[in-house]
Design a protein around this ligand. Structure first.
Ligand code: GLY
Length: 402
């Protein structure tokens, strides 16, 4: 299918309008023309949203109720967001966040997180933290109890212990076995990425076939996974497409106060010490109490290069709807590769945005999400129940020969 077009943009805008009560915007030039001087023209003033409201990446849909209970009882917006993501951090079955997250190449789970509190305009973050499960709360502790904004590595772990956080082994049996399978596959990150002229394209389908033909690897995979077909399938999935799953959560209360948090175990099999976008204030998260907040999940390297969170909030400040601001951020990601779908098809990026009026939106680089057979979605709780809503999409179909 063709690249996202001016007409399609208009349609996705309208779809977002239906979901979030936002105005649509028209793009004055299209990505196809190769121009980077795109201009967005607001067509109407933003509509009023509903408050209180919380949004998150889709993996938080079951956790938003916890935060909404806090908002409804008059609690703080950051307490609500952190309470929601803590449910996911504590879940050993979510292998992208907190306890049970897939580890780095050394088999160590390393977590990143950030928080921003709109009412007091404060921020805190931690990166490359080992052995501490609830890093969103740790980032909040950095914000509240130190003179710093960001603490990383072993210093962050020691700070956590000093502040009374429990130290524990974050690697579950499930994640340990998948890590061993990845090691047996001889995959590694020590090679140039898609932004390098040295990058060599090899599709996931071709790589899958290579592994299927490799008898020694197949035997080792079966042994590591105790011949469990579901575990073997999951191991192959994350070997071929290392996840960057994360949870971003934004909360606005009935007074229009807003806060947010982003927490992750980062890119699976990463080089030890690799930091993604989640703990970077302005990339994986940004909140301005006068405007709203934005966050991201997916390949952090791509978001860091466009400062997505800050970019989206600044566009909302100028009157853009949350949905359209997310799409414009994706436009900048795609532009960094001249819209080359072969390169872009090697990763996912999602953006999420909520303004202080309670209007929300989200956009995904691809219409289908991490599961290639399902539409990309995000979670919304508007005070009634948590539900999944379809994201606006930048491209219709995943590119290249992935
Ligand atoms: N977005 C999470 C990461 O790249 O680490």
């Amino acid at each position: 299918m063709s690249l996202w077009s001016r007409r399609r943009f208009f349609l996705t805008s309208l779809a977002g309008t239906a979901a979030a009560g936002t105005p649509s915007l028209l793009r004055a030039s299209t990505p196809e023309d190769g121009s980077d001087a795109d201009v967005f023209v607001p067509q109407s003033a933003p509509a009023k949203g509903k408050r209180p409201v919380m949004i998150s990446s889709a993996n938080g849909v079951h956790a938003l109720q916890k935060g909404m209970d806090i908002l409804k009882s008059g609690g703080d917006t950051l307490d609500a967001a952190v309470a929601a993501v803590t449910v996911v951090e504590d879940d050993p079955n979510d292998d992208s966040v907190g306890y049970g997250g897939l580890p780095n190449e050394e088999g160590e789970v390393e977590l990143d997180a950030s928080v921003m509190h709109g009412p007091t305009r404060r921020a805190g973050s931690v990166a490359s933290v080992r052995r501490i499960k609830n890093v969103a709360r740790l980032a909040k502790t950095v914000m509240e109890r130190t003179n710093h904004t960001m603490i990383v590595g072993d210093g962050a772990r020691r700070f956590a212990v000093a502040e009374g956080f429990e130290e524990m082994n974050l690697l579950t049996e499930h994640s340990r076995k998948i890590w061993l399978a990845w090691k047996a596959s001889s995959s590694f990150n020590w090679r140039p990425g898609i932004d390098s002229p040295e990058w060599v394209s090899r599709s996931a389908a071709a790589r899958k076939e290579d592994y299927a033909q490799h008898e020694v690897f197949q035997e080792r995979l079966a042994m590591i996974c105790d011949h469990d077909p579901a575990l073997m399938a999951r191991a192959m999935e994350v070997i071929l497409d290392p996840p960057t799953g994360t949870i971003n959560c934004l909360a606005v209360n009935d007074k229009g106060e807003i806060s947010g948090t982003t927490t992750t175990s980062g890119l699976s099999w990463k080089i030890s010490g690799r930091v993604g976008d989640s703990p970077i204030i302005g990339a994986g998260l940004y909140v301005d109490g006068d405007v709203g907040g934005a966050g991201s999940t997916g390949k952090g390297e791509e978001n860091i290069k466009i400062s997505g969170g800050h970019t989206i909030v600044e566009m909302m400040r100028k009157g853009m709807s949350p949905n359209d601001a997310c799409l414009e951020a994706l436009h900048r990601v795609a532009r960094n590769y001249n819209n080359d779908k072969k390169k872009l098809g090697t990763f996912h990026v999602y953006f999420y945005a909520l303004n202080k009026d309670g209007v929300h939106g989200s956009a995904s680089l691809w219409r289908n999400g991490y599961d290639p057979n399902k539409r990309a979605k995000y979670a919304v709780h508007d005070g009634t129940e948590g539900k999944l809503v379809e994201c606006a999409a930048y491209f219709d179909e995943i590119g290249g020969d992935q």
